[in-house]
Design a protein around this ligand. Structure first.
Ligand code: SF4
Length: 310
């Protein structure tokens, strides 16, 4: 499978069938310091090559005909999914293929465009991110393409919220010493009062970041910030609290398919592929063969696929 992966036990959504609309390499108009895809080239215009919409839709259709073991379909990318030129077609077709909720992840950068907002109006859940509301904070954390303007992004989010049929759960990823300062938090609070998302979800660095100096915010501080943002704010629950998955046959290629999209711990992989020893055996083999590497973050060990093998 080239475009779909999982279902993955997501921290926010239960078992999510992932659809990666830009899978080949990181394609994004930002270069966030905490990005788990590593550093990448920033693009502002649509990428020169987008996989054909019909190929992506065909794969989703094939899966949905044979399987019902997922809670939602999440459109994402190895980068920013709204940069795919045919995203509206992809979304409207997935809506026809399944009655399960359709979710879209976005970094919010293209929401100033009418066409993108129109496409997102039809989905059940939009998960946009907004990590800073000042020019300085935005540039420091998200390191955006120079043509991106934070004020237009906030306005785009606010306009989408007014016209969308589904829910908007806005994520703020907090990085110690960067966007957890009083000035940044007040600016964010002001932006949030204009946007009025259904939920505000606070997160912090939990996976190997693009920059090793991007440090997580301690949980006591996260709780204070959550209180500061008010009733609609919550700290997103950890991966491990998601329900366990029934055993399934583990194939190296399935583990590799998953690890090339995001780093996971052994516990994450066990939940995803079934709680039995085979997961560890396969993982050890991939490590010994140099196909997978360990990374250590906040006292936890994550596994990542090494680029030349993916
Ligand atoms: S917006 Fe997402 S994909 Fe793009 S650099 Fe930031 S974290 Fe990475």
């Amino acid at each position: 499978m080239k475009y779909i992966f999982g279902p993955v036990p997501s921290r926010r959504l239960g078992y999510s069938l992932g659809v990666d609309v830009l899978p080949s390499q990181k394609t994004c108009n930002m270069n966030c310091i905490y990005c788990e895809l590593g550093r990448g080239h920033k693009t502002f215009s649509r990428p020169s090559y987008c996989p054909p919409a019909e190929d992506i839709i065909f794969e989703v259709e094939n899966y949905c005909v044979k399987n019902r073991d997922f809670d939602c379909v999440t459109v994402t990318a190895s980068g920013e999914p709204t940069l795919h030129e045919d995203l509206p077609t992809i979304l409207s077709n997935i809506k026809k293929l399944t009655s399960k909720p359709l979710v879209v992840l976005t970094n919010s950068s293209t929401l100033s465009k009418n066409s993108i907002r129109k496409a997102l109006e039809q989905v059940d859940l939009v998960l946009p991110s907004l990590d800073a509301a000042t020019v300085k904070g935005f540039r420091s954390i998200n390191r955006p393409h120079p043509d991106l303007d934070i004020e237009r992004i906030i306005e785009g989010l606010s306009n989408l919220r007014k016209t969308m049929r589904g829910q908007m759960w806005l994520e703020i990823l907090l990085v110690s010493g960067m966007n957890d300062t009083t000035k940044e938090l007040y600016a964010l609070k002001d932006a949030l009062s204009r946007i009025a998302p259904h939920k505000i979800q606070l997160n912090t660095v939990a996976r190997p970041p693009a920059e090793s100096w991007a440090r997580p915010v301690p949980s006591s501080r996260l709780k204070e910030i959550c209180k500061f943002f008010g009733k609609s704010a919550e700290i997103v629950i950890d991966f491990h609290t998601q329900m366990q998955r029934a055993n399934k046959i583990i194939l190296e290629s399935e583990i590799m398919d998953t690890l090339k999209r995001r780093p996971l711990s052994l516990e994450d992989l066990r939940v995803l592929f079934g709680m039995y020893d085979g997961t560890e055996t396969v993982l050890r083999r991939l490590l010994n063969n140099g196909i997978v590497q360990e990374r250590h973050v906040k006292g936890r060990t994550f596994f990542v696929a090494i680029n030349e093998h993916v």
